[in-house]
Design a binder for this molecule. Structure first.
Ligand code: AMP
Ligand code: MG
Length: 491
């Protein structure tokens, strides 16, 4: 089958002034190193057509696909709290939009396709390690049921790129997203006082992501509420699996509510609210336990962009309306998180004591060395009265006994068979997550030309809840010599 995309490019067509049309760099030797066959099918693409030389040329940005309107999007952003009025796609291109077999519209974009007018002195390139890291972790997140951009393909370019860590093979990631519009996209135009652009962008995202509020009497306030809820739910999901994004700048905060830009992200090993992995996050702004506060802070920046639309000419009224909506973030976040915790703890119904029980567990876990993922996984056995595996994880078993007793008493209030509860808990508590040492192992092998560990790890992460013989190693915490673990931005 010839290589063909059915692009329909609404952003290119309708949003002139929000981007710069641009082409990728020609690269010496584009080569596909990984294709996401599952995602290809969801997009109505024939996976084998993505493995051809023609596809490699297009997905590296070297050649232009028919109907593509490659463009670099403009955006600004608050980075570590400081406003940068111009960021934009400095090494990325939006190729076009596709409709998946589920009827939903997706962006298809490249990362690492060469410099653009937004590069600000950067080389516009990406290297193999971070590209495959994003591939692995975003697929893991998707398998965990967490909204995320997804990797369609990873390519090497035949170039050698110099980075702090040394010379690296150049690479491009081809990814999909519900859209690449961020809080920072709004900030770009709001900061320039381009109110009409902000309105146009808001109308576009309402039509694309939240069409049911189009007829609302207060669509812009409703838009804010929807994005608030989407972000609250998203960060709650991160917290429940121990995910640390690492660089929650407003340019990495999507309007769709998808996780985007897997740079220095990592999963918790033991439960520590102050866990930070990123080498550049020196003050712990984006620590695990700060993520919901930061999401709310980012939403405040979004609200500021919308004030003029919410109540034209009356900043005070607008600030009050938007402020009230913003203040509902903690409640939404907590409800979403608590609902997830109920699932993790094997609870079906809602009882008043659940919040306190959940919070008390986390207080106790902080004093233990227990692996976060395995602790929850082994709770299902403990629910059925078998504490052995759980006890093996705890550094201070005695301090946990009172909680376990209260928890079992709480479970006894529900008429659920032990078997059904165990099945439900094992569907809520993953066994396989992208463990930092395993990710590093796969990336090191890939950088040396061996893709086997990458593909193996990917296949493990695709079914995070299903225990399979022979994969014991993938469920284990890092060996003692590994760590403290530090991640670097993809640049
Ligand atoms: P990120 O940290 O990947 O979210 O990127 C933040 C900003 O830096 C975005 O505007 C990127 O386009 C830009 N950027 C990151 N890496 C590069 C690079 N190698 N060359 C040019 N721009 C880059
Ligand atoms: Mg980014």
């Amino acid at each position: 089958m010839p290589f063909e995309f059915n692009f329909d490019n609404s952003f290119a067509r309708d949003m002139t002034g929000f981007y710069i049309p641009w082409n990728g760099d020609a690269v010496p030797e584009p080569r596909i190193v990984a294709v996401n066959e599952q995602l290809a099918r969801e997009l109505g693409l024939d996976p084998t057509s993505l493995m051809t030389d023609e596809a490699a040329a297009i997905l590296s940005g070297s050649a232009l696909a028919e109907n593509a309107n490659p463009l670099a999007m403009a955006y600004a952003g608050h980075q570590f709290g400081n406003f940068a009025p111009q960021l934009g796609d400095g090494r990325a291109l939006l190729l076009g939009e596709l409709t998946g077999t589920n009827g939903k519209r997706f962006d298809l974009a490249l990362k690492g396709s060469g410099p653009t007018p937004f590069s600000r002195g950067g080389d516009g390139k990406a290297v193999i390690g971070p590209v495959l890291r994003e591939f692995l972790v975003s697929e893991a997140m998707n398998a965990l049921g967490i909204p995320t951009t997804r990797a369609l393909a990873a390519l090497t370019t035949g170039e050698i790129i110099l980075r702090e860590q040394g010379a690296q093979p150049g690479a491009v990631l081809c990814r999909t997203a519900a859209s690449h519009i961020r809080v920072g996209t709004f900030e770009f135009f709001a900061a320039r006082g381009q109110g009409e652009h902000v309105r146009k962008l808001a109308d576009y995202v309402i039509a694309r992501h939240y069409p049911d509020i189009q007829a609302s009497k207060s669509p812009y306030l409703d838009l804010f509420g929807r994005v608030r809820d989407a972000q609250a739910d998203l960060v709650a999901r991160w917290m429940l699996v121990g995910f640390v994004h690492g660089v929650m700048n407003t340019d990495n905060t999507t309007i769709s509510g998808e996780t985007i830009d897997y740079g220095p992200c990592a999963f918790l090993d033991t439960y520590k609210p102050d866990a930070v992995f990123s080498s550049i996050d020196r003050f712990g702004r984006y620590a695990y336990g700060n993520q919901h506060d930061i999401a709310q802070w980012n939403l405040a920046r979004f609200a500021e962009c919308l004030l003029e639309l919410v109540s034209p000419g009356d900043q005070k009224a607008a600030a009050e309306l938007a402020g009230n909506e913003l203040n509902r973030f903690p409640e939404r976040y907590r409800a979403s998180w608590l609902q997830g915790m109920r699932g993790k703890l094997g609870m079906h119904d809602e009882h008043d004591e659940d919040l306190e029980l959940s919070q008390e567990l986390l207080r106790l876990l902080q004093q233990q060395d227990a692996d976060f993922t395995l602790f929850f996984r082994h709770l299902s056995e403990a629910a059925a009265g078998d504490d052995e595996a759980l006890a093996g994880l705890l550094s201070n078993e005695a301090s946990m006994q009172a909680w376990l007793t209260s928890w079992r008493r709480r479970l006894a209030r529900e008429d659920v068979s032990q078997e059904d509860r165990m099945i439900a808990m094992n569907r809520a508590n993953p066994l396989y997550i992208p463990r930092n040492h395993k990710v590093e192992e796969a990336l090191a092998a890939a950088s040396a030309g061996d893709m086997k560990p990458f593909h193996k790890l990917l296949s493990v992460l695709r079914q995070p809840y299903t225990e399979r013989p022979g994969l014991e190693d993938f469920a284990q915490p890092a060996p003692d010599g590994f760590g403290p673990y530090t991640t670097f931005c993809g640049t």
